[in-house]
Design a protein around this ligand. Sequence first.
Ligand code: AMP
Ligand code: MG
Length: 423
Amino acid sequence: MAEDRMLTVEEAQEIVLDSVSVSGSVRVPLPDAQGLVLAEDVAPKFDVPPHDNSSVDGYAVRAADTAGASTESPQRLEVLEEIPAGTVPGETVGPGSTSRIMTGAILPDGADAVVMVENTRQGDGGVEILKTVASGQNVRYRGEDVKKGQNVLFGGAVIGPGEIGLLAAFQRSQVSVRRRPDVAILSTGDEVVEIDEALVPGKIVNSNSYSLAALVRECAARPVNLGIARDSETAIAGAIKSAVNADVILSTGGVSVGDYDYVKKVLEDLGADMRFWRVKMKPGKPLAYGMLQGKPYFGLPGNPVSCMVSFLLFARPAIRKLMGYGPQDWHLPTVPAILENDLSAGGDRRHYLRARVTRAGGRFHASTVAGQGSGMLSSMTGTNGLVIVETGVTSVSRGTEVSVLLMSPAGQAGPGRIARRPR
Ligand code: AMP
Ligand code: MG
């Protein structure tokens, strides 16, 4: 039974997260694994690096042969061969001899150190070593990064550029990961037209499908655009039915109490197991959540800001849990910040106020922007945080420490993608 009571954000988040579980694993080509979660422990099948090699361009030597070498009193060594990177040395370095070696080339037998070319000089019939080296100097040993069979990546790791590079170094062209979820996005509303349609009187552009697709991509999930359904039970039912192949379903609009808000009715008719309809927050409030044929269904509000904030607070954590991210990565991070302006709020429910968050003097600072209406999408640009104002609080003065949800790292708001009016 859906809760008719208005839930707190935390209650609603708990219901959502309890209803989703981590998806199955698949093998994917390595480049497709970015942003996904590793579903296996990984060790290389060979030592990395695979052989002792030089970390500099220079001369491979027996360190003992360089004892006492200096510019004034160089040690002359006979040059046996040149070892470019990618080749195999042919000669063994014995007393009094050396081989020219390039960065990354295999260290020849007999040598135990490399003298940088900068510390050498060409001499008659050989090379002059101008500086002493210790055994092991400028040598990268076989397996010193990762040993054969040593697990260094573990199931649950989020695959970023470093992991991709390391997996490539291990010759892992395919990896086992938690599946990338398909997230269906459906806009509803007779007033909503596509981005390139004529904007005749009464119509507004479908921005929600675009902002949601972008948010879904930021989760490393795959948006599936189902277009716009007209405000009729049949149109909405048809569109929602076509969405059940997705792993998560998002719709926007039609979930409040207007005469044309059919989403609720359609979900009930389709036998969805609805868990709640409203959450005590602003922007937001109307937010339907339930399971439709085992898939999480989010009926997000139509107002563009409410839609995005509701996604960030509820759908994003669910998608990340589904993808195998750990609990520490489900929610946006909350940080304490010094409020840079006075602000007021309704006090009737928790408010999330768009703000520009910066870091200075080791602290976060938050300036809320003017134009906090749920339809004012411009407030989602040039801002990177949401200042939380709790129920019952109607004003907060400048200088107060507040809690801020970071939508992106502080400082990333830049100088403002659009000029924001100060409050
Ligand atoms: P609703 O929840 O359907 O009553 O819609 C609330 C508000 O959001 C209305 O002003 C709609 O015009 C607007 N809206 C609904 N769907 C979209 C959409 N896809 N893109 C932009 N605005 C929308
Ligand atoms: Mg509507």
